[in-house]
Design a protein around this ligand. Structure first.
Ligand code: KG4
Ligand code: ZN
Length: 377
């Protein structure tokens, strides 16, 4: 080897070594600060679909701010989310939402110990706005950055603003617009998927039926409101049979049955819509709660039963699960309605418990790349 090559190799290895030392020292400062204070503040970003959200959460539970800029009005015009429109709106909203999140929490960057961001699944063009923002902040501020799987984020919405301790194992029903699972959670970030949907997710079924009845977007809140005045027994709608032992869901047959009722109807007036909405909601709620109760029977050592995701905001679902669940199980749903639908506070909570398990994996420099995979990480 030539002398000059040797010298440059020594130079670069020393440089690399000093960079590593500086990074380690910065990282150590973060850990020492959180140990000294006894609490850890995480600033999280969520942009997986049509909500731009930033939050600051202390120790995974205490929500200091949770700002959500919803795009509902924008997508109501098209009856659903147009990915390019959603992405452009995230670009416009991300910095104002970030600023507001700091001002509501009365915090500055010096108070933040780590960052978190939703990595996926979701719309790639939306996710990328959040992940790139987080990557840049992590680089500039030299802060750890924790990637969070969106469904895992929803699961942790049940930790937000709680005053007691959650007891494992937990059976979690996640019910959103894009996903629907039954999950056994044995400890923090320890998940076993017991069943999922074979076709539509429950929220997706609410959205499609609302569109069919000309009720608007998003379907869940509108259907549950219209259903209040409807007769839930008027239409006999099917509950999918996915097998006696199966913990899987299916909602496509139910959706077709609703379509057939509207085709058969001579008059589609407000009364018809309210009765069909109520009957449809009842069928979804029955299907979800039947499988949840089946899972509870299969895993009698479970201590708590949780529901999470947009559809967990549904009052009828909460009522029916609470009524059918044996008394020895603690039943939780997110404390506030904004914690049910997409929000960054749940991402901060999931990140906190992931960081506590394995802090080294998240030290800067990091480069989070979005994913559409449903795999839990
Ligand atoms: O969890 P989420 O905000 O987004 C996804 O991760 O998909 O869930 C959105 C879904 C939508 O399909 C919406 O119609 C449904 O949650 N949703 C409801 C209610 N509020 C929102 N479904 C039934 N009843 C509600 N009150
Ligand atoms: Zn979601």
């Amino acid at each position: 080897m030539k002398i000059s090559t040797k010298i440059s190799l020594i130079y670069y290895s020393e440089l690399a070594c000093s960079i590593t030392i500086v990074e380690s020292l910065n990282y150590l400062t973060v850990i020492l600060r959180s140990l000294y204070n006894g609490f850890m503040k995480i600033m999280a970003i969520e942009t997986s679909c049509d909500e731009t959200s930033c939050a600051i959460v202390e120790n995974g539970e205490k929500v200091l701010s949770n700002i959500i800029a919803s795009q509902i009005d924008l997508h109501a015009k098209t009856g659903g989310v147009v990915p390019e429109v959603a992405a452009r709106e995230h670009v416009l909203k991300i910095i104002p939402v970030l600023d507001e999140c700091f001002s509501v929490a009365s915090c500055g960057w010096e108070d933040i110990d780590a960052l978190a961001v939703t990595r996926g699944p979701g719309l790639v063009s939306s996710l990328i706005i959040g992940t790139e923002t987080a990557n840049v902040i992590s680089y500039v501020k030299n802060l750890p950055l924790i990637p969070v799987q969106h469904i895992v984020g929803h699961i942790y919405s049940n930790w937000l603003d709680i005053e007691d301790d959650v007891q494992f194992p937990i059976l979690v029903l996640t019910v959103s617009g894009g996903h629907n699972e039954l999950i056994l959670m044995r400890g923090h970030h320890n998940f076993e998927i017991l069943g999922e949907t074979r076709d539509d997710a429950a929220g997706e079924a609410f959205d499609k039926v609302a569109r069919l009845l000309g009720l608007g977007y998003p379907g869940g809140p509108i259907i549950s409101k219209v259903a209040l005045t409807g007769d839930k027994g008027r239409f006999k709608l099917p509950i999918a049979k996915t097998g006696r032992e199966s913990l899987e869901f299916s909602f496509s047959g139910l959706k077709t049955a609703v379509l057939n009722e509207t085709k058969k109807a001579k008059v589609v007036d407000e009364k018809f819509k309210a009765d069909l909405a109520a009957s449809f909601q009842e069928a979804v709620v029955e299907a979800l709660s039947q499988k949840l109760i089946m899972a509870v029977k299969k895993f009698p050592n479970v201590k708590e039963v949780h529901i999470a995701g947009g559809v967990s905001a549904n009052k009828r679902l909460r009522e029916v699960v609470a009524k059918n669940l044996p008394e020895n199980f603690k039943f939780r749903y997110p404390k506030l309605i904004p914690y049910c639908t997409d929000n960054a506070a749940m991402i901060a909570s999931a990140a906190y418990f992931a960081y506590k398990k394995n802090s080294e994996s998240f030290s800067p420099p990091v480069n989070i790349v979005p994913t559409t995979s449903f795999e839990i990480f």
